[in-house]
Design a protein around this ligand. Structure first.
Ligand SMILES: Cc1cc2nc3c(=O)[nH]c(=O)nc-3n(C[C@H](O)[C@H](O)[C@H](O)COP(=O)(O)OP(=O)(O)OC[C@H]3O[C@@H](n4cnc5c(N)ncnc54)[C@H](O)[C@@H]3O)c2cc1C
Ligand code: SF4
Length: 596
């Protein structure tokens, strides 16, 4: 007989008896960057990640053809991805009472949902309550960066100094000149592809080779130039020329990242594990503990400083403590706010770092939905071309409320767009008929479509906030977030304008408009949630200073999008990382001087 001995528990081999220089919570864009910068400065860092580490290349199966998958990429029976109508007709928690075995956010419904079933959270385990909100979460090493859309844009002083420009909201406590060197560092270290346009409101990055525009996009670009607007190749957080990083390859232009919810199995597209965490581990200064759900920032009773993190092991459900001299939250905008609010103590009865009462408030993001689809008639029947063999289409930067002043709304919006042949021919669903004639019509038109979809700034408002639900808890018994959030008039007026200008741009370019979408997608749809612990100079109206350091607790930092003062209309991830780099460099200097 063979005696097989199992370990009594599944505890991970991480030394929790020692006091680390810093503990970082969350391993996405923000936490990965914190780990990278601090370990490079010689600090001993413990990284706690709530999710597991999965063999991501096997999960993504980037090069698998639809017909090689038993269900053409769809979920196993019994799993379900939430749909637009469910988000709008029902109230959260959306999975409550659902007959499905697992319920995922709407991103699971993008062709190929089987590829994200271990990446997106199961809404049954992770409920939330309150007003309607499409909250997309990825709980695994690297967080949402495993499947992000790669559009990597800078903010400008039109964003950082928005109040000075138009009188609304608050200015950021930094200007473009403060963050520009860190954008440059992020560009150089991680790689970004794009084309210089020299626009004051969308500063250029240090670009690697851009993706080629299609014939339809060149037509539109030329026409937009006559209107004083710009169409530029997708600024992709993807290395097209390569970077010094043994875990990543340069882009082979296979377009796989755009065909399903995202992800690149050769890691040409930035993701936090290969871009930041594995190189940080190679320094010997980083310790990683996965399956570690932080639920409280621990406080020293005497000094009031943070002394570590209390976390639950997601597998064995036991609670542990991690000790550190500095605590850095990077669990994503909403999860970091939740963690601050959960961390109630005698010294911090409203939650740690919340003397201003602003934690959870000023919550903002991007509004999306309106756009247009057009057809370039000259391309109907043209020979097929490889149009989607690239990591993105194009971007039309903001053109509203720069020099002009729109009557109905402040701030602006940009458009993401795409065109040409793709793996599944555009228009196939809407083409009537069957048989040979149907196939010919679909093939003839497949490369002629072009589309535009707007992303607009949602104004930061104190009234839009999250707090803790007094009754509902997640699978691990941790109180969940309650949303008190909705779009206002400014967003609605802006969306009307988006639909109008999308049509106008196609018409001006001689592109036949075949559809204009005026529908506003549910709050949360952009997956760009921001602003729940904003930075500022005044501790009465802000949570963090310009280095994302708590006004109240000097060894507590929050380095994700929760620190953003306004949403701008540009996608946030590159700014999240540039800010985190700046703050962590400052933190490491202060740490060496004994100031934190
Ligand atoms: C489909 C999709 C497309 C997107 N497209 C774009 C785009 O084109 N451009 C762009 O700029 N952005 C895009 N985004 C958004 C982008 O992914 C996020 O801005 C970015 O990942 C935010 O980084 P983060 O570190 O704050 O959060 P995340 O990447 O979500 O990482 C947070 C991490 O913290 C962990 N965590 C959470 N709670 C806890 C806890 N209590 N304890 C321990 N760990 C915890 C999570 O498991 C996760 O790993 C997209 C996102 C998705 C899903
Ligand atoms: S197009 Fe480039 S970034 Fe996208 S999956 Fe292919 S190699 Fe990766």
């Amino acid at each position: 007989m063979t005696l097989i001995r199992f370990k009594a528990s599944q505890e991970q081999d991480v030394d929790l008896s020692r006091t680390y220089d810093a503990v970082v919570v969350g391993s996405g864009a923000a936490g990965g960057m914190a780990a990278h910068v601090l370990t490079a400065q010689g600090m001993k860092v413990l990284l706690l990640e709530a999710g597991k580490k999965i063999p991501i290349e096997q999960e993504l199966r980037s090069m698998e053809w639809p017909y090689d998958h038993p269900r053409r990429g769809e979920f196993p029976p019994g799993d379900h991805a939430l749909r637009y109508n469910e988000y709008t007709v029902r109230q959260p928690p959306y999975a409550k009472g659902a007959a499905f075995k697992h319920v995922f956010s709407y991103v699971g419904g993008w062709g190929g949902s089987d590829y994200v079933k271990n990446i997106l959270v199961d809404e049954k385990d992770h409920p939330y309550t309150g007003t309607r909100y499409a909250w997309v979460r990825a709980r695994l090493l690297g967080g949402k960066t495993n499947i992000w859309g790669r559009l990597a844009l800078r903010l400008s002083d039109y964003d950082f100094k928005g109040k000075t420009h138009d009188g609304y909201g608050e200015d950021w406590p930094i200007s473009y000149a403060d963050i520009q060197p860190y954008y440059d560092k992020v560009d150089t270290y991680l790689g970004i592809s794009g084309h210089n346009e020299n626009l004051p409101h969308l500063p250029d990055s240090l670009f690697q080779r851009p993706n080629k525009l299609t014939a339809a996009e060149i037509t539109l670009r030329k026409s937009l130039a006559t209107m004083g607007r710009v169409l530029t190749p997708y600024r992709a957080g993807v290395t097209t020329d390569g970077v010094k990083n043994k875990y990543r390859s340069k882009c082979f232009g296979r377009g796989a990242c755009g065909r399903r919810p995202g992800g690149c199995d050769i890691h040409a597209a930035f993701d936090s594990p290969t871009g930041l965490i594995y190189p940080a581990m190679d320094t010997g200064n980083l310790t990683l503990r996965t399956n570690s759900i932080a639920h409280e920032v621990l406080v020293d009773q005497n000094s009031g400083k943070a002394r570590g993190i209390s976390f639950v092991d997601a597998v064995n459900n036991r609670t542990y403590e991690a000790k550190a001299r500095v605590v850095i939250l990077a669990a994503s905008t909403l999860e970091s706010a939740r963690l601050l609010l959960l961390s109630k103590s005698r010294q911090y009865p409203n939650g740690i770092g919340n003397s201003s009462g602003h934690v959870g408030h000023n919550f903002c993001e991007h509004v999306m939905g309106p756009g247009a689809t057009g057809m370039v008639k000259e391309l109907v029947g043209a020979a097929p071309t490889l149009d989607d063999g690239k990591p993105g289409g194009f971007y039309v930067p903001r053109f509203r409320n720069l020099q002009d002043k729109q009557p109905g709304f402040v701030r602006g919006y940009g458009f993401e767009g795409g065109s040409g042949f793709s793996i599944f021919p555009d228009g196939a669903w809407d083409t009537p008929g069957f048989g040979g004639q149907f196939k010919k019509t679909v093939r003839d038109h497949a490369g002629a479509f072009i589309s535009l979809g707007g992303f607009g700034e949602v104004l930061a408002r104190y009234e839009n906030y999250v707090d803790l639900d007094p009754a509902v808890k997640d699978r691990w018994g941790i109180p969940v977030l309650r949303f008190n959030y909705q779009f206002g008039d400014n967003e609605k007026k802006m969306c009307e304008d988006m639909a109008t200008t999308a049509r106008e741009m196609f018409e001006q370019a001689g592109i036949e408009v075949i559809g204009v979408d005026k529908r506003i997608l549910t709050e949360g749809w952009s997956i760009h949630e921001l602003g729940t612990a904003r930075m500022g100079s005044d501790p009465k109206t802000s949570v963090l200073n310009q280095f994302q350091q708590s006004h109240d607790v000097r060894n507590l930092f929050v380095v994700d999008g929760s620190s953003h003062v306004s949403a701008s209309c540009q996608n946030p991830t590159w700014t999240i990382m540039a800010l985190a780099w700046r703050s962590c460099e400052h933190l490491a200097d202060e740490f060496k001087r004994g100031n934190v």
